[in-house]
Design a binder for this molecule. Structure first.
Ligand code: COA
Ligand code: AMP
Length: 635
């Protein structure tokens, strides 16, 4: 079958297609129907099915005699260690942790926050929750305590499972003080915390509330999997929206099992037993889908990498990991390849390792620039496939269906819509634009199985954010185009979300933090282009009239404030004090125009601008940071 055949088979019988795909996972009760009829706010998949995610990730492989196969490889240059865990061992560990949680009263529907670095216990914790129907909420370690507090207050967890520290190349990040600060700030208090002690920074245990990871489980009886309704939330994962309040994307259980399983062969072209490496973090959607669930559902070995593309210890790290762990498929963000390329432009370090087992590289998280794609292809000798997806969808919207048919690669495009996704490019009035024209990328409803079923505790935000702009469509928040061959290219966001080193961040959230500075009267944050990270945030601050303090001092404080409140991952290091901000006559800040100026583009002066002279002032201010000048002039 060709891609066109498969896509057509989905188009002609969407429900039949997904019922057939559902047969690849094990059900406690197989659904009699694919989709609910009620579409409020969106239809639900497999409404009467009963299933368990952990069973599908672990128990069934063990039942099929694969207990001795390796489920997880933990490769950790920052601790100079490597460990393999078999499916049988992982099942034992997960069942015991699940038993301990259950014994402490955690049950179906309870939320559990997981705040852990890239260690196997993070995946164990996720699966232990799935085993007993608890809803996990993993929080990325690079966020500040305040971000953790916001998430705790939003999802109100019964328990928090945390590591004592994470290890960055330049420092050990003690998680416990961050957790304590978050718990002080949050109104909601969990019943208990379980702390995995790591020797690099041992945590202080608060007796009565905290348990040490191993003590917590010592007496516990392993428990079996609890079947849950298909649309029971598997997890909540917070992602950035246009405001500082993150959106808790809710993932329905069965749909995500079916869809992720489908992608492992059809998109990643991998077979059970092969090593699959998603070089992301468990705190992001890529980590959920392709470090934890996808590979394990499919019986692959998943590689958990605790290190960076460069600096742990050098730019050969990825090649070393691929060679020594026999990685077949690498999934990473373009920014990671750019980091390697910057240090080793010739890719010499790849030649020091036997990476002949590598079959393909998949890129996502940000636009894959053709230079980086070509470089990676030359250095590794394998195809490099871009694919487009979002936290909300949990897996590929547009990609190259290599397991069905490897379509010709067009650099700069994510290739074609996957079955399940009918992608349209719309203008502001919701009309389809001609092929090759830029517009808002929207997906015809219903979305396929496994995509978000809502925003935790805020159905109205779900409608407002995604469903109201174009009735009958899901608005992706991305702008892009579809060419004559049906290839999809994603070019930019249409909202205030920026993408920094493959991390999705809200400029609105940063503005909220900056506005809290006592000397700041008004502010704006924009994304500016960066050759390594894709984008970087840049903040503009207008100070209160009576403020007599030096501008540089306030700019420094602004940088510290964002690091303290949002976290180091925001990489907010560019702050400028300016007299005024460019606005339309109705008072709207012209952020897109500002970003164009910062990037050295030839920006047209918007007809609605209140005072065009401000643009020259801005250009002059940006020049101090090396921005706002034409690229040719800058280089
Ligand atoms: N815990 C604590 N701090 C963290 C962290 C974590 N899990 N992850 C990142 N940080 C910190 C870093 O230490 C850094 O702090 P610093 O300002 O003190 O140096 C800051 O957050 C920014 O980190 P990062 O974005 O990793 O930038 P970097 O300059 O250290 O490294 C890259 C650049 C390109 C190597 C790195 O961003 C990278 O590997 N990106 C790939 C991202 C990815 O895989 N995304 C997943 C989407 S598919
Ligand atoms: P996240 O939810 O963190 O996965 O970020 C999703 C956003 O990242 C998308 O809405 C896009 O803006 C961007 N993105 C992800 N993959 C791609 C890609 N392949 N090409 C261009 N942009 C991408």
């Amino acid at each position: 079958m060709t891609y066109a055949d498969v896509y057509e088979s989905w188009r002609s019988d969407r429900e039949g297609f997904w019922l057939q795909a559902a047969r690849a996972i094990d059900w406690h009760r197989f659904p009699t129907r694919a989709l609910t009829e009620e579409a409020d706010p969106v239809p639900q998949w497999y409404p009467d099915g009963m299933v368990n995610g952990c069973y599908n990730a672990l128990d069934r492989h063990v039942a099929e005699g694969r207990a001795h196969d390796v489920a997880i490889i933990h490769d950790s240059p920052v601790t100079e260690s490597r460990q393999e865990i078999t499916y049988g061992d992982l099942l034992g560990r997960v069942a015991r942790l699940a038993g301990a949680l259950k014994a402490r009263g955690v049950g179906k529907g309870d939320r559990v926050v997981i705040y852990m670095p890239m260690i196997p216990e993070a995946v164990e914790a996720m699966l232990a929750c799935a085993r007993i129907g608890a809803i996990h909420c993993v929080v990325f370690g690079g966020f500040a305590a305040r971000e953790l507090a916001v998430r705790i207050d939003d999802c109100r967890p019964k328990a928090i499972l945390a590591g004592s520290c994470g290890i960055e190349p330049n420092r050990v990040v003690a998680y416990k003080p961050l957790l304590e600060a978050a718990l002080r700030e949050a109104d909601h208090k969990p019943e208990f915390c379980v702390i995995l002690q790591r020797p690099q920074a041992m945590a202080e245990i608060e007796h009565g509330r905290d348990f040490e990871w191993h003590d917590f489980q010592e007496e516990a009886e392993p428990v079996d999997c609890l079947p849950v309704e298909a649309n029971h939330p598997a997890y909540i994962l917070y992602t950035s929206g246009t405001t500082g309040k993150p959106k808790g994307v809710v993932r329905p259980t069965a749909g995500h099992l079916v869809a992720l399983h489908w992608t492992m062969k059809n998109i990643y072209n991998t077979d059970p037993g092969e090593v699959f490496w998603a070089a992301s973090d468990v705190g992001w959607v890529v980590g959920h889908s392709y470090i934890c669930y996808g590979p394990l559902l499919h019986g692959n070995t998943t590689l958990i990498y605790e290190g960076k593309p460069v600096g742990t210890p050098d730019a050969g790290a990825f090649w070393r990991v691929i060679a020594r762990n026999k990685v077949r498929t690498l999934f990473t963000a373009p920014t990671a390849l750019r980091a390697i390329k910057r240090e080793d432009p010739e890719g010499r370090m790849a030649r020091d390792h036997d990476i002949s087992g590598l079959r393909a590289i998949y890129l996502a998280g940000e636009r894959a620039d053709p230079d980086t794609v070509a470089w990676a292809r030359d250095v590794t000798g394998v195809p490099v496939y871009d694919h487009w997806w979002q936290t909300e969808t949990g897996y590929t919207i547009a990609g190259n269906p290599v397991g069905i048919e490897a379509l010709p690669v067009k650099d700069g495009s994510s290739t074609v819509p996957m079955p399940g996704y009918e992608v349209h490019i719309l203008d502001e009035a919701g009309r389809e634009v001609p092929r090759g024209s830029l517009g808002a990328v929207a997906i015809k409803l219903p979305l396929p199985p496994g995509t978000l079923s809502g925003i935790w505790g805020d159905e109205d935000r779900f409608r407002r954010s995604y469903l109201s702009a174009y009735p009958g469509y899901y608005a992706s928040g991305d702008a892009g185009m579809i060419d004559e061959d049906g290839y999809v290219s994603i070019l930019a966001r249409t909202d205030d979300v920026i993408n920094v080193a493959g991390h999705r961040l809200s400029t609105g959230g940063m503005e909220e933090v900056l506005a809290d500075h006592p000397d700041v009267a008004e502010c704006a944050v924009i994304g500016v282009s960066d050759p390594l990270k894709g984008q970087l945030p840049m903040g503009f601050l207008c100070l209160n009239r009576n403020c007599a303090r030096p501008a540089e001092e306030i700019a420094r404080e602004a940088v510290d404030l964002v690091r303290e409140r949002v976290g180091p991952v925001a990489a907010f290091k560019l702050a400028l004090v300016v007299e005024r901000l460019p606005k339309t006559r109705s008072g709207k800040i012209l952020r897109a125009t500002m970003a164009g100026i910062a990037d050295g583009e030839d920006v047209a002066i918007p007809a609605t601008i209140d005072d065009p002279a401000i643009l020259d002032e801005l250009r002059a201010a940006m020049a101090h940071l090396g921005y706002g000048v034409r690229r040719e002039a800058a280089s």
